[in-house]
Each structure stands twice: as C-alpha cells, then as structure tokens.
Design a protein around this ligand. Sequence first.
Ligand code: ATR
Length: 279
Amino acid sequence: MINGTTRLYGIIGNPVRHSLSPAMHNAAFAAMGMNGVYIPMEVTDPAEAVAGLAALGFVGVSVTVPHKEKVMACLDEIDPVARKIGAVNTILFRNHPESGKCISRGFNTDWLGANLALAAVMKLAGSKVLVLGAGGAAKAVGFGLVEAGAEVIITNRSEDRGRELAQWLGCAFCPAGDVGGIAGSALVNTTSVGMEPHIEVMPIDSASVGHFQVVMDIVYAPLKTRLLQEAEGAGCTTVDGLSMLLYQGAAQFKIWTGKQPPQEVMRAALLEELARSTT
Ligand code: ATR
C-alpha cells in the first residue's frame, strides 16, 4: 500500500511508456515486503528532472535513452566505472550525514547486466566473443566482457564507428564482410536488427550462427528472435534479451536498497509485462 513512508523510485527517459522496468522493480518490492514504488517518468530535461527528484525525496531512479550521457553533467558524483563508460543508467540519492544536503550519484549497471547474463551460461575469462554493433549497448556489453577477461571482437555495419569502439575497448575489429570466418565461444547481437516489426531480418548470416557455442540477443521483442531460433536449431545455448535487462535491474536494486532482489520474481514479472504489452 502506498502511504507516508513509501520510498520512491522510477525511471526517467523519453519515451518510457513501454518500459518493462516498473513491472520488474515493483514485483521485487512486493516479493520482499518492502514499501517502495517505481514509476515511469517521461522527461525532456534531465537537469530539471534530477533537481525535482532530489527535492521530492526520491531514493533512486533508472536513466534510459536519450539521457544516459547528458544526465552526467547534472549529478554531484559519478562512479568511476560510469565515468569511464561515459554513461549513467542509475542514480542514487542520499542525504549528506552532516549537512543533510541531498547528494546524487550516478552509476552504470548496463555493463554488469551483459556480463552476468553471459556468465550465467559460460565462463567468460579466456573466451572469444564476437559483438555485433558499436552503439551504446555494444559499448556496455564490450566493457563487461573485457572486464571479465574475454577476448572481444567487434563488428559493425559502419566500419569507422566499429573501429572506434574496438580501439576504445582495446580489442580487435572485424569488417562485416569477413565475419563468416570467425568462430568463438559466444556471439552477442547488440543491434536492433530482428526487432519487431522486422522480425525476419538477421544481424549475421545464418551459416555463421553455428560457429558459436552461446548466442545472446539484446532484442527482447520478440523474445525469441530469428537469431535465437536459428541458434537453437544449430545446437547453441541461447540467452534472450530479457536477461541483460534483468541483471542490470537487479544490480540497480542492490545499489538503491543494499539488498539482493529475487531474480526469478523479476524475470517472471518481465515476461508477464512483455506478454501483456505485445497482445
Ligand atoms: P544503442 O545505443 O541502443 O546501441 P545506437 O547507438 O543507435 O543504439 O546503435 C545501434 C547499433 O545497431 C549500431 O551499431 C548500428 O550500426 P551503425 O553504427 O552502422 O549505424 C546497428 N544497426 C542498426 N540498424 C542496423 C541495420 N539495419 N543493420 C546493421 N546494423 C544496424
């Protein structure tokens, strides 16, 4: 029940009306018997939003597209890893013990989401992982894999952007036309290719899918993308797009509350909300 002691959380972005995060975090609060609520907030000006959230006594918020980079300039503190990645997806508000002033601190849990989603099915240290894409999602995934000691190879439609990310990560780049020659432990699609409504499109040639033991897609609509269907057909272990969302969310919950949330409950809530939003 929402009352005078309910702790406030949410997500700021634009758009956010289709976000699955409220379902995931609210299910965790309910399962843990915690008096918290997590609400979606469509925001155009992150600076005004952060000031307002601090004034209203919010404990924490998620930050999503298009504010992950711009919000950094509005925060009092930035976690060193988020600073290095150059993007914040989590804000924690706390009161300074002496002055009582509200301090906002930005974190990034996206990289951890990718890292944990893959680590749940394979050993990352020493593995060879091909990452498709070079946008913000690829940066987080690549960073998480490099942190875990994996050998990462980036490939991307636009070669310049791909090479730039590979250089930033300190890893190899493979031109899109040469990807067929690569075999490795895992393949991760970080592009939007295969997302509804263009569900028949593949981000890599079908013939190459079987060159990897594990195939992960960050697209979750549809949940079983054509890439994952073909990977299953080729005998690969698959990791769906809800996994990264789940693990990055679980890491946010821990930052805000200090508690480890029930991940099975969060995943069930994500699946339920996804089914609701697509019917
Ligand atoms: P995000 O921050 O969510 O990762 P982004 O920065 O727009 O989003 O990056 C999208 C990624 O998907 C890019 O790597 C993009 O390739 P380009 O750098 O060549 O634009 C890739 N992508 C998007 N649509 C694609 C398509 N139809 N075919 C191949 N790659 C595509």
